[in-house]
Write a protein that binds this ligand. Structure first.
Ligand SMILES: *Cc1c(COP(=O)(O)O)cnc(C)c1O
Length: 695
């Protein structure tokens, strides 16, 4: 292989490419069809493409210089002086371990389902940008989460696609003798072997644990097959592999970790393993070891409702932890079981709660927005506990969501290093109104052509004829106010609230002098019939002759679809039942692309909203009305604001056709929100408040 190809391969094996626009553009330029066929996976692209053709293409399209530049760029990124080095010290050894059941890094790595995973992915990316000495630990799902397809009846169908590990931007972890590194955990009457895949996320290493080894029974190989699939027994097995297996990996690699971050309760069994290790190493009692480990665990909770938390029965817990308690730790099963309870006089659960395990063992506990911090404090009432619940508001890894057009504009006005410089957002005013407006139009056109392309592909797969395919060209209007709604179809997110008064919605959408259109997307959990019903309702609205081509639904909401939506939508709509949205992050992703938020004051928007930044939907907070009445009240506020404020503002144009007041709002939104609601700020906060406070 020639040098250029080797360099390109090296670039492909570090996920830094996924937030480097030049890299993605180059992979696409090699062969756009192949790039799409690969699922935006450069390793697969480079492995599967004919090597002679690849060399020939690089030469013919004159890409050699760009390959060299890209290679140099990645090297520069990996070696540059970082925030952490400047503020704290220089180290090559990780001291923070971040545990999460899912990671959403890029579309080809299907190890995520939704917001929690994308947040974990963004946490790693920003840790890399800032130079934090952090490693990630997760699971290498052989199938991951499902691919969604809406069938002709309008019903969600689920498909599981194999993650071809050898063709993904991950490598098997090997020791210095090139032997694969393995760890094990003990299950009743057997040992489960685990191999490890490593994903390089810029400077950060992410270790993904995998049980699909021939040493394990066929059934045990499937422990790490599907994300959030199967029953509670499968769940406890996955969580043992993650928490205990992950801690064993850290020991095996000899990492000197100071702070353990539990992102959600799934990994909380790590608390047991840490205590056990401390007991062995220091020859101390369980309670003494527990007391010591307590100070270096950090628990981030993401759910405002008890139902969202993993809870195991006493039988199930006993099955997997009896031997562990008695033989490995050397305490009674009962004592271990009590870790999964918040002992209060008036209640006795007799169930093992993963969040309680985390709470009982973490010095630092936080919710993911200011409001969610308050909600969590009320939910758990920890007044008698050593630790109290604080909050750190979520953010997003901005470079992963800005469009090429936005990036170009930021580079032009500021510098190519804008990602390290939060002050640029305050200077966003320097960009002319014309350019901000042009940016909006470009971003939106790109989204609309993506929608047309996607829908056309789908129709082709369903055998549509030529006339039908021609119709795809007229889906959505490039000049209309475009509203996006995309997220998990969990019932509390109320995906159909906007359809509450169908006639009123039709009047809004059909107004030809001020047209409005909607793009929907999102998956329902395979077992959530309620969520699937919501999707099916929306699909039937998209087929209503009055709404057709003005309201569209894109199948298979994933990072790719999300990126197009957050680039192109003028308005991002979010109408959950307050306070059930712990944070929500998709609305943050639109900010740097010039989109504006229109949302219930829940999660992050409760902090982010001001009348200059965007719009709120009034929520009815009194407890003494029914959910039905509340939906009605809030839908009404939604329509009112849309009709009286949002639409008129968008269509109020100056002589050059620019809606100056709208542009003004975009500028305030970027200035006030883009810097704060970023994972760079969030990770710095974790660092200052938690990680670096651990002794
Ligand atoms: C950002 C993102 C989410 C999170 O969206 P919410 O606003 O929290 O609902 C979910 N899925 C994907 C693919 C995302 O990119």
């Amino acid at each position: 292989m020639n040098n250029l190809l080797l360099m390109l391969k090296e670039v492909a094996y570090n996920l830094h490419w996924s937030w480097n626009k030049d890299a993605v553009e180059l992979f696409n330029e090699i062969n756009p069809d192949f790039w799409n066929w690969s699922g935006h996976n450069p390793v697969k692209l480079l492995n599967e493409i004919n090597q002679n053709y690849l060399e020939f293409t690089i030469e013919k399209k004159n890409l050699g210089g760009r390959v060299l530049a890209l290679y140099a760029d990645q090297k520069e990124y990996l070696n540059r002086k970082t925030f952490f080095e400047e503020k704290y010290f220089k180290t090559g050894d990780p001291i923070i371990a971040y545990f999460s059941a899912e990671y959403g890094l890029t579309e080809c790595l299907k190890t995520y389902s939704g917001g929690l995973g994308v947040l974990s992915g963004d946490h790693l990316k920003s840790s890399s940008d800032l130079g934090l000495p952090l490693v990630g630990i997760g699971l290498a799902y052989s199938y991951g989460f499902f691919t969604q397809m809406i069938n002709p009846d309008g019903w969600q169908t689920e498909n599981y696609q194999l993650n071809e590990f050898p063709n993904l931007p991950i490598e098997l972890l090997r020791d210095e003798n090139y032997i694969p590194v393995r760890v094990s955990v003990n299950f009743p009457n057997r040992t489960i072997w685990i191999q490890v895949w490593i994903a390089h996320v810029g400077r950060v290493k992410l270790y993904l644990l995998d049980t699909s080894l021939s040493e394990n029974s066929v059934e045990d190989r499937r422990i790490t097959d599907i994300l959030y699939g199967g029953d509670n027994e499968k769940r406890i097995c996955q969580e043992i592999v993650l928490g205990i297996g992950g801690t064993r990996l850290i020991e095996k690699l000899g990492l000197n970790i100071k702070a353990y971050h539990l992102n959600e309760g799934h990994s909380a069994f790590l608390c047991f393993e840490r205590i056990k290790n401390y007991m062995k190493k220091n020859n101390v009692s369980y309670s003494e070891a527990k007391d010591k480990c307590f100070y270096s665990n950090i628990f981030t909770t993401h759910t405002p409702v008890p139902a969202g938390i993993d809870i195991f029965t006493r039988e199930l817990f006993s099955k997997y932890f009896k031997d562990y308690a008695e033989k490995e730790v050397g305490i009674s099963l009962e004592e271990l079981f009590l870790e999964g309870d918040l002992i209060k006089e008036d209640e006795k659960n007799d169930r093992f709660n993963m969040a309680y395990l985390a709470i009982n063992n973490s010095n630092f506990i936080n919710g993911v927005s200011k409001l969610h911090g308050e909600v969590s404090r009320k939910m758990w009432m920890l007044s008698d506990k050593r630790s109290q619940i604080d909050y750190i508001t979520n953010g997003v890894h901005t470079p992963s969501y800005v469009s090429n057009f936005s990036n170009n504009l930021l580079c032009k006005y500021f510098s190519a290093n804008w990602i390290y410089d939060e002050d640029i957002w305050k200077r966003f005013d320097e960009i002319t109104n014309e350019e901000v407006w042009a940016l909006r139009l470009l971003n939106k056109y790109k989204l609309i052509s993506f929608c047309r392309e996607r829908i056309k592909e789908k129709w082709i797969s369903l055998g549509a004829d030529k006339d039908k395919l021609k119709e795809a060209e007229s889906i959505l209007n490039p000049d209309a106010l475009t509203i996006g709604f995309a997220r998990r179809f969990a019932t509390y997110k109320r995906g159909t609230l906007i359809f509450r008064d169908l006639e009123r919605l039709k009047r809004i959408v059909k107004n030809s002098s001020m047209p409005v259109q909607f793009v929907f997307s999102g998956k329902a959990h395979p077992k959530d019939e309620g969520g699937k019903n919501l999707i099916s309702e929306i699909i039937s609205f998209t087929r209503d002759p009055d709404l057709k081509n003005k309201i569209v639904f894109l199948d298979n909401y994933d990072i790719n679809v999300a990126r197009h939506l957050v680039e192109g939508c003028d308005i991002w709509l979010n109408n959950p039942r307050r306070p059930l949205e712990a944070s929500g992050t998709s609305g943050m992703k639109i900010v740097a692309n010039g989109g504006l938020n229109f949302s219930i004051l829940d999660g992050w928007w409760d902090e982010g909203y001001t009348p200059d930044n965007g719009w709120k939907i009034d929520s009815f907070l009194s407890a003494d009305i029914s959910l039905e009445q509340r939906d009605l009240f809030e839908a009404n506020s939604l329509y009112e604001t849309l009709e009286k404020e949002i639409i008129p503002l968008y269509y109020l144009r100056n002589e050059k056709g620019i809606p100056l007041n709208w542009v003004k709002k975009i500028k305030s939104s970027v200035k006030n929100l883009a810097g704060y609601f970023s994972t760079n700020r969030m990770v710095r906060e974790y660092c200052e408040k938690f990680y670096m406070k651990v002794k």
